[in-house]
Design a protein around this ligand. Structure first.
Ligand code: C2G
Length: 159
């Protein structure tokens, strides 16, 4: 809808509440590993897709994740297929470097960069190119916790 504005509240790195009015109907971009796809991921993508025209997701490649010190359970091409099958996602691109964000924002004419609140403040320097917001992270679910749960289930099964 032309001229649609959204007033948004999000968390600063110090946990402060910031009110922000977003430009209307933006292309939105977010990045992540999205390993063992779970409700925290889908809630983020659903909320982001409601804020704009299209949602682009930068999916971390396996090699990039090694650089983050993360070993993924699900290989990159499966994580891409899952994201591409998600109704909230318009396009999936590879994330293979920390510094590609600026290029992507310009290339895809992004109006809104968004991440979960565990990243609050980390990408504020992008706000010369587009709006930057951080959405509250879904509590009590994470890929790490799922991996630990699966490991405990395997141990219990063996015992
Ligand atoms: N997330 C969330 N709630 C959770 C778990 C994750 O809102 N319970 C959000 C994260 O804040 C992030 C996105 O889901 O915005 C993807 O999370 P990860 O796959 O863990 O992403 P990460 O490995 O942190 O990579 O350049 C940015 C990095 O690629 C982010």
């Amino acid at each position: 809808m032309a001229g649609r504005k959204a007033t948004f509240f999000h968390l600063s790195e110090r946990g402060g509440l910031i009110m922000q009015t977003l430009h209307d109907n933006p292309t939105i971009i977010t990045y992540g590993t999205f390993d063992l796809f779970h409700v925290g991921h889908i809630r983020l993508l659903r909320r982001l897709s409601a804020l704009g025209k299209r949602l682009i997701v930068g999916c971390s490649t396996d090699e990039f994740n090694e650089g983050k010190g993360k070993r993924t359970a699900i290989p990159y091409h499966h994580r891409v297929e899952i994201l591409q099958s998600c109704r909230y996602v318009s396009k999936v691109i590879p994330e293979n470097s920390w510094d590609q964000k600026r290029r992507d924002i310009v290339k895809y004419k992004v109006g809104l960069f968004a991440m979960g609140s565990d990243w609050a403040g980390k990408f504020d320097e992008l706000n010369d190119l587009c709006d930057v917001i951080y959405l509250p992270r879904t509590q009590d679910v994470s890929t790490t916790e799922l991996k630990e749960l699966i490991q405990r289930m395997r141990v219990d099964k063996v015992a």
